[in-house]
Design a protein around this ligand. Structure first.
Ligand code: NAD
Length: 503
């Protein structure tokens, strides 16, 4: 597939895209898009030094001026929304609607960050000493490394980038080696935006840098003492590899790792809504969202009915090229993903599961190098070991429950803690689910599915999901350092706690 026209429209220098050892493929038909030259250890070192120089300038800029840059970036994204979304479609295999949604999410976080640039509030705190003033200030932190996953190739970076920039931090972005072109496109749009800024002459050029390559680059960034924050999105395995490297140098880690998200369907649920929500959450993005629905926990009185309704809904799904407007389910990212899906289905069968629908490869004759699958619906008698794993593919395990407490226990009995939801019209059940005795996830919803979060809330999860929070609410605090200042404007020197010392 030829993406040079798309990349050209986005301002990417296409002369750099061929002749290197890093091949980039489209999951739509498996054909090659580009062959890039990855960055090496020396490039990373030079980039970190450049980011450090940039930080010294950026931290001195008033935050609303930094916000102005993000406003201009948001405008570039608005102007190029359809083109960037098309590139995401081609490179990550997302259907167009979802790719457009992903770019819209970038625009939304830019708007949020522009407002935030005038609201980086600290607290004024009552001092116990007379004629003293105590306050908290938030200061820029330093260069931030952003490591991102293939399945949200642009939005996750934007969540980090927009906040980091208004907070005064330059960003070094290592995108997934499966989606570097989308990253190069974002960088080109960013450079256009910053060139447009009237204030740009005062701005250093390296506020954003993109570093292309694999996990060895992430490791170098994680170890680097001059990067105070590493924001890493990907599998739990990646988090397990990187977190100790960051901790060993007392760096700050913002981890957004895997999910194994559940939805409870209670006896009072509006089934029409519950089935629609299940469909979007379980098969959207071909089951390749961190918040994809993987475990449906259905009250035993509805179990057969829900499975039957889902089976019909699954049978009506249109599967095919992400570029086709009718498609609801695009391809898996690659062969490895397909193999992991098949292996998981086999284990599920061995553990007592019954594949009620789907699971098989489709469109193989038309696209022998691409991996399209019929999303799988698997009736499980209980939450066996395979159900407790995140398989990054469209497999929905359906489990029965009798008492709500047991359903909540099932929801919580996996190592990840990203997203969850309940469908119920019983206010007691809904409130219990979102209470301290309910879901242990970072996201707990009522009468909507677990996926498709808005940018206004803090996004992230607990336990093996890593504990990080990105995007809205007060997630910006991760990108700044807090200083507590006490100012004495008296002519005495009283000590705290009434301590007397040489007075
Ligand atoms: P992945 O872990 O394979 O790769 C993610 C990034 O980490 C890539 O840039 C990759 O180069 C790097 N990486 C991978 N393994 C590494 C290692 N051992 N050491 C250093 N760097 C490493 O993930 P993926 O397949 O691209 O994405 C899917 C995974 O990401 C799923 O588990 C999904 O749940 C998770 N995810 C989480 C969120 C979230 O916000 N919680 C968002 C998107 C994806």
């Amino acid at each position: 597939m030829d993406v040079s026209a798309l990349l050209g429209q986005l301002g990417v220098d296409i002369s750099r895209l061929h002749g290197g050892p890093l091949s980039v493929f489209t999951p739509i038909d498996g054909s090659a898009l580009a062959a890039l030259t990855p960055h090496g250890p020396k490039d990373i070192e030079a980039a970190v030094e450049e980011a450090e120089r940039t930080f010294r300038q950026l931290r001195a800029m008033p935050a609303p001026k930094r916000g102005e840059l993000i406003r201009l970036f948001g405008n570039e994204l608005r102007a190029h929304k359809a083109v960037l979304a098309e590139l995401v479609c081609v490179e990550a295999g997302k259907i167009r609607q979802e790719a457009l949604g992903e770019v819209q999410e970038m625009i939304d976080i830019c708007d949020f960050a522009v407002g935030l640039s005038r609201q980086l509030y600290g607290l004024a705190i009552a001092s116990e000493r007379p004629l003293h003033r105590m306050q908290e200030q938030w200061h820029p932190l330093g260069p931030v490394a952003v490591i991102s996953a293939f399945n949200f190739p642009v939005a996750v970076w934007a969540w980090n980038f927009a906040l980091a920039v208004v907070c005064g931090d330059p960003v070094l972005w290592k995108p997934s080696e499966k989606t570097p072109l989308s990253a190069l496109a974002c960088q080109a749009l960013w450079l256009r935006a910053s060139a447009r800024a009237a204030v740009v002459s005062a701005f250093p050029p390296a506020i954003s840098q993109v570093l292309i390559g694999g996990r060895e680059l992430s490791e170098q960034l994680a170890r680097h003492p001059k990067i105070p924050l590493v924001s890493a999105t990907g599998s739990c395995a990646m988090g397990r590899a990187l977190a100790p490297l960051i901790a060993a140098r007392f760096g700050r880690a913002l981890l957004e790792l895997g999910g194994n998200n559940a939805m409870i369907v209670a006896p009072s649920a509006d089934l029409r809504l519950a089935v629609r929500a299940t469909l979007f959450a379980a098969v959207g993005t071909a089951g390749q969202r961190c918040t994809s629905l993987r475990r449906l926990i259905v009250h035993e009185s509805l179990y057969d009915r829900v499975i039957e309704q889902l089976r019909s809904a699954y049978a009506a799904l249109s599967i095919g090229s992400s570029l086709s407007p009718e498609t609801l389910v695009g391809p898996l990212i690659d062969a490895g993903s397909f193999e992991r899906m098949q292996a998981a289905l086999q284990v599920a069968r061995e553990q007592g599961g019954r594949v009620v629908y789907g699971g098989e490869r489709v469109l193989e004759a038309q696209s022998p190098d691409a991996y399209y699958v019929q999303p799988a619906l698997v009736a499980m008698p209980s939450q066996t070991a395979i159900v407790q794993q995140e398989t990054f593919a469209p497999i929905l395990y359906v489990l029965p429950y009798r008492e709500l407490d047991a359903a909540i226990e099932l929801n919580n009995a996996v190592e990840q803690g990203l997203s969850s939801s309940i469908f119920t019209n019983d206010v007691r059940e809904a409130e219990l689910f979102v209470s301290a005795m309910g879901s242990d996830c970072g996201i707990a919803n009522v009468n909507i599915g677990p996926s498709g979060a808005e940018i206004g809330g803090a996004f992230g999860g607990e336990k093996a999901t890593g504990g990080g929070r990105e995007s809205g609410s007060d997630a910006w605090k991760s990108y700044m350092r807090r200083a507590t200042n006490t100012v004495n404007y008296s002519s005495e020197l009283p000590l705290a706690q009434g301590v007397r010392f040489a007075d």
